[in-house]
Design a protein around this ligand. Structure first.
Ligand SMILES: C=C(O[C@H]1C=CC=C(C(=O)O)[C@@H]1O)C(=O)O
Length: 422
């Protein structure tokens, strides 16, 4: 198994301190110009992580879970706010969609400093620090917008991608598989290294209702939550089935009504809900799956949405649940193994961390893992370049050219952030 551990606290025990702080203002303002940093923010709540006390590179969620379990047992935590959700040392991660078919690695990092906000409570956690050493880091002065960003194409041309969607529709109509989510990529290149803090600012500003994430060069603003585990309660927001507005021609209410009635989108959505409900069931004493989806309205698209809730025992942590739920049929298909094979055969794309779990877990197994959608990856060797991804669920009634347009609508948040779509 591939695993690389970088620890800067050796085999000694680590001290961590958490204190309540005054409202620090926007969390993202603390992200430094250079050096490792992480963020997970929705509606102004969440955290930023600065520096790295430890890092685990792996190809398996399960291995990351074991590693964090061992490491978190070596941390002595002194907290002013014990038991407050999200406070204290955390591990922040971004996992590949398909570890068997990706050159990219999954990563779990333990930030050295965490600044967080939730429900009117503000905190800072520092690893390797005592209560006397809890000054807030400096806020940044300014961030740089992308210099001359240009879309330079992806692994596959739009016409070829559309043809492949047609091939998958044929497979589905021949009953060989029920649903397959196909993705495509788009590379955007600038003249100077991209300042990810600028992109994150734009995503937070334009899409405050999504989970804006930044982990190891993977950045985006996703509306889909694989799971939140908070105490004994697990919640999952399942999305699948999409409409969008071309210009301002259609009334949003009418569009939402059309989506709620669209048999094609309802069937696409039902596969996704069933996959999450089936994967969660073995871990839940009780579960609630609403019978009909609601419509989630975002600035660029609308989705059918179902919030599943369940109760889990103390032994099943957030990372273990993420391992059980990934990949759901919102990003893979039904049946899972057939959809995975078709994706790897036809998509001609290494998805890397796109559509994989991205999020955090704490020392008690609580945490939030979203699905890394509406985002892109910047790699250290090409800091002026970002690979964007977008996919669409293909079912029997899919029209390939409409699916292509749907992936275009899903690329809008990142293109806007890069200054390529107004
Ligand atoms: C696969 C993506 O979206 C998923 C989430 C919501 C709606 C989807 C759809 O309607 O196809 C996808 O299942 C993506 O954004 O790349």
């Amino acid at each position: 198994m591939l695993a690389r551990v970088i620890l800067d606290f050796g085999s000694a025990r680590m001290r961590a301190t958490t204190v309540a702080i005054d409202d620090p203002g926007p969390l993202e303002a603390f992200l430094p110009e250079s050096g490792p940093c992480t963020a997970f923010i929705r509606r102004g709540e969440g955290f930023v992580g600065l520096g790295e006390a430890a890092r685990f590179e792996t190809d398996r969620l399960e291995a990351a879970d074991v590693w964090w379990d061992e490491i978190s047992n070596q941390i002595d935590h002194d907290s002013e706010m014990p038991g407050e959700f999200g406070t204290g040392p955390i591990a922040v991660g971004s996992f590949t969609f398909d570890p068997d078919r990706s050159e990219d690695r999954s990563v779990l990092v333990i930030p050295r400093i965490i600044i967080g906000r939730r429900g009117g409570v503000f905190w800072m956690t520092k690893l390797g620090a005592a209560r006397g050493d809890m000054a807030l880091p400096a806020r940044r002065e300014r961030v740089a917008s992308p210099v001359n960003p240009t879309a330079v194409g992806g692994a596959m041309g739009e016409d070829i991608w559309t043809r492949i969607v047609g091939e998958v529709v044929d497979l589905i109509r021949n009953d060989e598989v029920h649903k397959v989510v196909l993705a495509r990529d788009l590379i955007v290149r600038a003249d100077e290294p991209l300042d990810l803090r600028y992109l994150l600012d734009r995503l937070i500003e334009n899409y405050p209702m999504t989970w804006a994430y930044l982990v190891d060069g993977m950045i985006g603003a996703t509306p889909e939550l694989l799971l939140r585990r908070q105490g004994g309660l697990v919640t999952s927001r399942v999305l699948a089935g999409t409409v969008w507005r071309e210009g301002d021609t259609v009334d949003p209410l009418q569009l939402a009504a059309e989506l709620a009635r669209s048999q094609k989108d309802i069937s696409e959505h039902e596969f996704a809900v069933a996959s999450v409900a089936e994967a969660l069931a073995p871990y839940c004493q009780a579960m609630n799956v609403p019978e009909a989806p609601s419509v989630l309205k975002l600035p660029n698209v609308m989705h059918l949405a179902t919030d599943i809730t369940g109760s889990v025992g103390p032994d099943t942590g957030a990372l273990a649940l993420a391992a059980a739920l990934h990949p759901s049929a919102a990003v893979c298909g039904t049946p899972t193994h057939l959809a995975l094979d078709i994706i790897s055969e036809l998509e001609s794309l290494d998805r890397g961390r796109y559509a994989g779990p991205v999020g955090w877990t704490d020392m008690y197994g609580d945490g939030e893992w979203a699905i890394a959608l509406r985002g892109g990856q910047v790699r250290p060797e090409t800091p002026q370049e970002i690979q964007l991804f977008a996919g669409a669920g293909i079912v029997a009634d899919s029209d390939p050219s409409v699916e292509l347009a749907e992936t275009g609508a899903k690329l809008v948040p990142m293109l806007q952030a890069l200054g390529l779509d107004s």
